[in-house]
Design a protein around this ligand. Structure first.
Ligand SMILES: NC(=O)c1ccc[n+]([C@@H]2O[C@H](COP(=O)([O-])OP(=O)(O)OC[C@H]3O[C@@H](n4cnc5c(N)ncnc54)[C@H](O)[C@@H]3O)[C@@H](O)[C@H]2O)c1
Length: 352
């Protein structure tokens, strides 16, 4: 198997390569292409030496690639580009991030479309993930392109619920859909707790939500984000994490990574874990449902944009949306977020 990691020397890209090996997804019969810019060549060489030193027998063939035209892989992880600074005193808007990364998305998408074999699957990690998916889908065809934001947000949502109930994460089924970052849509209607009947699940769902409704979620998340930002700017990370711990699971999903990023630790380990997990699903050859940002053309709820939804995945890409039973507020929320993403994509693309 051939896997390419674009932005391999970055915090996230590096973690993806290490976790691919540690989790046994690649071994000596496989090849991992480490893709970076020419100025990163020395660092890529050092990275290869370090990985061989650590995992000699288990390591795959590690190739250094400095040109987008030379990427040749079955699955490509895109983790290159600018990221939000961790110093809260120099904030960067998502708009500025989009403008900074747009050219990079375009360059790689065009090169892979021109020089690739036409079947590569692409997992977009870099932000804004919706913009990355939109650009890659435009050049490669939308069925081959996934954003990992919704996959990671869904893992986090399940983990928060499982932790609060004292269950293994595997017993919790629930989806965090929408836009990665500020447009999360927790679909509490999708909650299934294996081993609990619908009545018990209803009771636990009420307990977990603590009175926060789907309609009230976006404003509450925005207000809580302001509060956490103020604590971070005041240098009180400890209070920020303590406060997040008092909030319901769906708010913790939105706020935990925010505080982790600004703590300076960043979220590379969890992001790589989710990416490698997603890669495992995509490569398994079994048809499986997973959450991902994909470019929709009205397949579900009339959504015609890039948004996180549950998709049925096969070895050639996503096949169809796996619809969930949503209540009216969740439905309205997902459509509103979809319209917001469409407006942003239009703006970011017009700023070219
Ligand atoms: N989806 C998520 O949950 C999530 C989590 C963390 C980070 N991210 C995103 O992933 C991206 C990377 O984050 P990071 O923390 O690893 O950043 P980083 O700064 O550590 O790494 C970025 C890498 O991109 C490389 N790069 C820049 N321009 C390049 C080019 N033209 N060709 C090849 N490589 C190039 C840099 O050399 C660097 O190695 C960011 O966009 C960030 O927002 C997403």
């Amino acid at each position: 198997m051939n896997i390419a990691v674009i932005g391999a020397t970055g915090l996230t890209g590096h973690q993806v390569v290490v976790q691919l090996i540690l989790k046994g997804l690649v071994g000596p019969m496989d090849r991992v292409q480490l893709v970076g810019r020419p100025p990163a060549e020395a660092r890529l060489r050092g990275m290869v030496a370090d990985i061989r030193d650590a995992f000699f027998e288990a390591a795959p063939e590690l190739d250094i690639t400095l040109s987008p035209e030379e990427i040749a892989a079955e699955v490509i992880v895109f983790a290159a580009g600018v990221t939000l600074p961790t110093d809260s005193r120099t904030p960067m808007t998502r708009d500025a991030l989009a403008i900074a990364n747009r050219t990079l998305f375009e360059t790689y998408a065009q090169a892979i479309a021109r020089h690739g074999h036409g079947h590569e699957l692409v997992i977009v990690v870099s932000n804004p993930v919706e913009l990355g998916v939109s650009i890659f889908a435009h050049h490669l065809g939308r069925r081959r392109v996934f954003g990992m934001g919704a996959y990671q947000d869904t893992l986090r949502f399940r983990r928060e619920i499982a932790g609060e109930l004292g269950l293994a994460r595997q017993r919790v089924e629930a989806y965090m859909l929408g836009e990665h970052g500020s447009g999360l849509v927790p679909t509490w209607s999708s909650l299934r707790l294996h081993g609990f009947d619908p009545e018990e699940t209803d009771q636990l769902r009420r307990r977990l939500r603590r009175g926060l409704t789907s309609a009230g979620y976006p404003d509450t998340l925005a207000n809580e984000t302001k509060g956490i930002r103020a604590l971070i700017e005041a240098g009180d990370l400890g209070e920020a994490f303590r406060h997040i711990g008092t909030l319901p699971a769906d708010l913790r999903v939105g706020l935990g990574p925010f505080a982790t990023h600004y703590s300076g630790a960043k979220t590379a380990v969890a992001t790589a874990n989710a990416t490698v997990d997603m890669l495992r699903v995509v490569l398994s050859g079994h048809q499986t449902v997973m959450a991902a940002q994909v470019a929709l053309k009205g397949e579900w709820l009339g959504l015609d944009t890039v948004i996180g939804v549950p998709v049925l995945v096969g070895h050639q890409g996503w096949v169809t949306v796996n619809p969930l039973p949503l209540d009216d507020d969740e439905h309205a929320q997902l459509c509103a977020v979809g319209r917001g993403v469409t407006d942003k994509l239009r703006e970011w693309e017009a700023a070219a």
